[in-house]
Design a protein around this ligand. Sequence first.
Ligand SMILES: C[S@@+](CC[C@H](N)C(=O)[O-])C[C@H]1O[C@@H](n2cnc3c(N)ncnc32)[C@H](O)[C@@H]1O
Length: 221
Amino acid sequence: MRLRNDPQAYDKLEASQNFIKDPKEFKGKWHEFFKNQNPIYMEIGSGKGRFITTLAQQNPDINYIALEKFPTVLIKLIRKIPEGGLPNLAVISWDAQLLEEIFAPGEIDRIYLNFSDPWPKKRHAKRRLTSLPFLQLYEKVLKDGSIIEFKTDNRGFFDYSLEEFKASHFTLEHATYDLYNSPLLEGNVATEYEEKFHGIGTPINKLVARLHKPTENKEDA
Ligand SMILES: C[S@@+](CC[C@H](N)C(=O)[O-])C[C@H]1O[C@@H](n2cnc3c(N)ncnc32)[C@H](O)[C@@H]1O
């Protein structure tokens, strides 16, 4: 259900102290928002939010940003936040294509992409969150040496993504076609989609890639 079907979606979100109404205000100032210098990890396309709300509770010394295009979905995320809020979590309704409007160069320390939409039709390839133009966009807002973690149930999309990462300034550190039979499973937090697909026996793919900015871009880091 999109916002047009639920005009009160924004009102419900605004009632949460973790929801950031105007994220542009904090461009270059996210550490001021969190009131500390801890690293900032972001999930893009956080959906109903089990992953990011779990991590934020497990790791109080890391700041988390949940970025999701559709505000209606975020209502479900907000409901997972314990009473009293989570001081290390910011929830944003935003389109990943516009990341540079809300983050300064090198402001983010890690990106998680979990079960991103595969957009199987070729004419929609530009919308895939692991396409090279998106990886180049992430490169701008990430610090040099930062990590991207990507999980998906879709083998074709995973193979496509491996090639896009290889063509980028990210170096693959780990990749598996079967997360649940891999050492990468240690510490894994399952998302809503992951639980569903793993539950019906679909192997889960995961990659971990590290950014190596070319020397001329390092001053951004
Ligand atoms: C298939 S769902 C996965 C949700 C969650 N990560 C999970 O694993 O359960 C993909 C999510 O990404 C969001 N999304 C897709 N494109 C986006 C974009 N350009 N910017 C922000 N969010 C986006 C969708 O709205 C959707 O909630």
